[in-house]
Design a binder for this molecule. Sequence first.
Ligand code: SF4
Ligand SMILES: [Zn+2]
Length: 331
Amino acid sequence: MAKRRMDPSEPVAVWSEKDVLGGRAVDALVVILRSSGCYWSKQSGCLMCGYNSVSLSSVSSGDIISQFSKAMEKYAGQPYIKIYNSGSFLDPREIPPEARESILAMAGEKAQHILVESRPEFVSPANLEPAMGHVKSLEVAMGLETADDGIRARCINKGFAFSDFERACGAAKDAGASIRTYLLLKPPYLTEGQAIADALGSIKAAGPMSQTISVNPMNVQRGTAVEALWKKNLYRPPWLWSLIEVLKEGRELTGARLVSAPSGGGSKRGVHNCGACDDSLLKAVETFSLTQDPKALECRACGCREKWLDYLEAEPFMGSAGDLERLSPPQ
Ligand code: SF4
Ligand SMILES: [Zn+2]
């Protein structure tokens, strides 16, 4: 299939979605910018990350500003703007300072609250102070993935420690920014049960530093190490029952807002159950994320819940974190 030419002056995508601001459900404009790419993905890279497929090394500062101006043509009064660039908005190699300032000025003039993403190493007073000058309220989203340094190193190859995240949270707090922490539900090599325990431990550990925790179940992206494992049946994305469990139990463990917006939910590459109950469980996750009401997670039972419970029980004895259904198809 021919590769579609990427236009450096066009954003990757722009859409509007619901989120919560000041305890109220509001519309948020989501803008995905095309940058030159995450430095870590070029140097080593996280095992589940395929974002470099949307980056373009030739993109200039002017192109990025033009991308954002075009995205703002779709602005329709949303009080919240989320700016993603599949990497770190605060890394000057990805978003040069003049582009960063210009984008934040455009966004800050329109919306009350602006979200950007960054690895912790760029969340510093030097990068935050000029940014804060352009916006009324800034939220920095960081992909901690897990609070366990061993799992983050061995199963994700994230390239930073929990202490780096803690330092970055301190810098953001001092600058007056809030924190959204991303956790990865089910890194490779963990069984389903270990993944649930890891997510719950991480919610507890990251909670005191976060205003929002977003639980992101694995979505198998093309060209990644996780995809190679998945193709050999050595990895199964998490069950939706596991996500429901993490949100239900996690709600008790933190004062931070707990949310999840699974990409690829209900598909073979994303968080999924049997297919019959996936849509209703995904709707429950969406309602919970907006309301924080654990009652939203009380889902109608489906036959696959027993299968999931059997799966949790069988995995430790199988000595494998592989996809048990695909590794041993029914006789
Ligand atoms: S997950 Fe984030 S930090 Fe890791 S390689 Fe991808 S963009 Fe970079
Ligand atoms: Zn089901």
